[in-house]
Design a protein around this ligand. Sequence first.
Ligand code: HEC
Length: 247
Amino acid sequence: MRYFLTIYVLVVVAVVSIAGFRGDKSRKTPIEIFPDMDRQPKLHPQSHNQFFEDGLASRKPVQGSVARESNFSSDTYSSGKDGENFVNAMPLEPSQKMLERGKQCYTIYCAPCHGAVGDGKGITTQYGMVAVANFHDKRLLDMPDGQIFHTIGYGKGLMLGYSAQISVEDRWAIVAYIRALQTARLGFPEDLSEADLKQFPGFKPQLSEEVESDEETSKFDPFDDDAGESDPFGSDSADDFGAFEEF
Ligand code: HEC
């Protein structure tokens, strides 16, 4: 019984001394059995740090980063729309620099499917991608700039959107480049110099008059003659589909 009392008192003292002071404030470093990575070498945001040359711990995003949440604005520049409707002409003045950038982005992101010249016959069509839009179709020639811009960002049908990869500015640059591809394909005889015309003796300058006389009905009528050829659902794409089945 004596031993029991002694042990009992000791246990009470031990329990009180270990558990009884939990939560009290102390200047002493607590005993940590499992530190749970409480302390680790790391950079604190917005604070000073010796590691980088400019002495700041916070880094700037790398050049060309596309912000995830800044492009959902409703202005024409970010949406391609004026109210409910797509804008016909892009809100930027196209420049040589813009076209060069557009070409660069187009070659990276669009050419694999739409082809380097925009005819919808990119390399992926040989591996089963069907019905890729041809930018030289009348429908796409007539499509407002804003709608092409929107398609790049949000996709259409089989095509996924590229808003996470292509910045708003670059999307407009691509639109400008697509317009350049389209214009280059339409090519009017007036665009050629005397020297060019000599180089292509078989070229028929009469086409220019036909174009002018047709202008009242539609801006792009000369293209209609070729419509069968460039129809993505024409006989060509049936062949593509055969290739897909083999593949
Ligand atoms: C993976 C292949 C692929 C890539 C890459 C791709 N597209 Fe497309 N695109 C398609 C297909 C397929 C369609 C036809 C979609 C449909 O009508 O179902 C299409 C349709 C379009 C259309 C017509 C939309 C409409 O309203 O009919 C435009 C404009 C377009 N693409 C622009 C672009 C641009 C610009 C890029 C580059 C940023 C691009 N696409 C990249 C496959 C692609």
